[in-house]
Design a protein around this ligand. Structure first.
Ligand code: IPM
Ligand code: MG
Length: 368
């Protein structure tokens, strides 16, 4: 077997800092588990704009298509706020998603026991929470045509188009049902079939895929606004939530915040299998570039580390090693280790990015 290849795109803000800790973890797997990775690093987002005048260079895009998995830190920052829309840092990420055709975005929202007090909800509402949002990532209003700002008579009109084909809904629905089978076997699909034709089609196709291929999985439907309300009321009713690109963007931020630990949540964006059988894949933390704390060594590297755990599970078929890494993170949190974002009102001295990474390495060593 050839050594699996990784393209690392640290990006902007705290991206490079948290990715530095992931590099330590990758090295640990090479040294201690005989699992070497062939790692290349490149630029994305504002960092790529500074170097090349575009948020993703064509050469980087080509590399991303060749490797077994891409790990991304974060993109964006106030420095780039006034750039033309077409070269904004976010466009680099959206190009990767679109051209790699990463249609299934997996966003787990898990409440770590040690952190249940950090949620804005009551502890019993969130403790033990473990849900998975499957967000369609390559279509919908993010990409639909027509789009733009046009002159219409004596004023301008801004247009975006929500558009879904049957096959786009079909493939992401299958991804959600497959995942549910490995979890608690329940899928709740969210759209707005009450006001949107695309929502009507979404519900029809999901229902059909279910009846044809996944009747063993429990399926329910909810309007996305009611879903947002239910997420805040009693999130533990959900197992897998299946939804479109824009609703998924919003619902996944809501779900993430319920856990009280935005700095802790990873994500995987998966596409169709490549020739070697591995899915096209990009892994990234759910949090952003956090310009307010970047460059100070304060960022929490756990979301990025857990994104690498997802890579081990979904790209490299190393579920046991993924669990080892997740348990190492849990052990570190249980021991009371906290970065600044995890400091409660009782205060204390937070540890820095590097110290948190080292603590995870120590916990990995202890797991052997
Ligand atoms: C996300 C982000 C992105 C999105 C931005 C950075 C383009 O909010 O991954 O949720 O809107 O999809
Ligand atoms: Mg978002």
């Amino acid at each position: 077997m050839t050594t699996p290849s990784l393209l690392i795109l640290p990006g902007d803000g705290i991206g490079p800092e948290v990715m530095g800790e992931v590099r330590k973890i990758i090295d640990w797997y090479g040294a201690k588990r005989d699992m070497p990775f062939d790692v290349t690093e490149d630029l994305v987002g504002g960092a790529a704009y500074d170097a090349h005048g575009v948020p993703l260079h064509d050469d980087t895009m080509a590399k991303a298509q060749e490797v077994d998995a891409v790990l991304l830190g974060a993109v964006g920052g106030p420095k780039y706020d006034d750039l033309d829309f077409s070269v904004k840092p976010e466009r680099g990420l959206l190009r990767l998603r679109k051209e790699m055709d990463l249609f299934a975005n997996l966003r787990p929202a898990q409440c770590f026991d040690a952190l249940a007090d950090f949620s804005s909800l009551k502890k019993d509402v969130v403790s033990g929470l473990d849900i998975m949002i499957v967000r369609e990532l390559t279509s919908g209003v993010y990409f639909g045509e027509p789009r733009g700002i046009f002159q219409e008579g004596n004023e301008r009109v801004g247009i975006n188009t929500q558009r879904y084909t049957e096959s786009e809904i079909d493939r992401v629905a299958r991804a959600a049902f497959e995942l549910a089978r490995k979890r608690n076997n329940r899928v709740c699909s969210m759209e707005k079939a009450n006001v949107m034709e695309s929502g009507i089609l979404w519900r029809e196709v999901v229902t059909k895929v279910h009846a044809e291929s996944y009747a063993d999985v429990e399926l329910s439907h909810m309007y996305a606004d009611a879903g947002a309300m239910q997420l805040c009321r009693w999130p533990k009713q959900f197992d897998v939530i299946l939804t479109d690109n824009l609703f998924g963007d919003i619902l996944s931020d809501t779900a993430a915040m319920l856990t009280g630990s935005l700095g802790m949540l990873p994500s995987a964006s998966l596409g169709a299998p490549m020739e070697n059988g591995r899915p096209r894949a990009l892994y990234e933390p759910v949090h952003g570039s956090a310009p307010d704390i970047s460059g100070q060594g304060l960022a929490n590297p756990i979301a990025c580390i857990l994104s690498f755990a997802m890579a081990l599970r979904y790209s490299f078929d190393q579920g046991d090693e993924a669990t080892r890494l997740e348990q190492a993170v849990e052990a570190v949190l249980a021991s009371g280790a906290r970065t600044a974002d995890l400091m409660g009102p009782e205060g204390g001295t937070p540890m820095g990015t590097g110290a948190m990474g080292d603590a995870v390495i120590a916990a990995l060593d202890a797991s052997l």
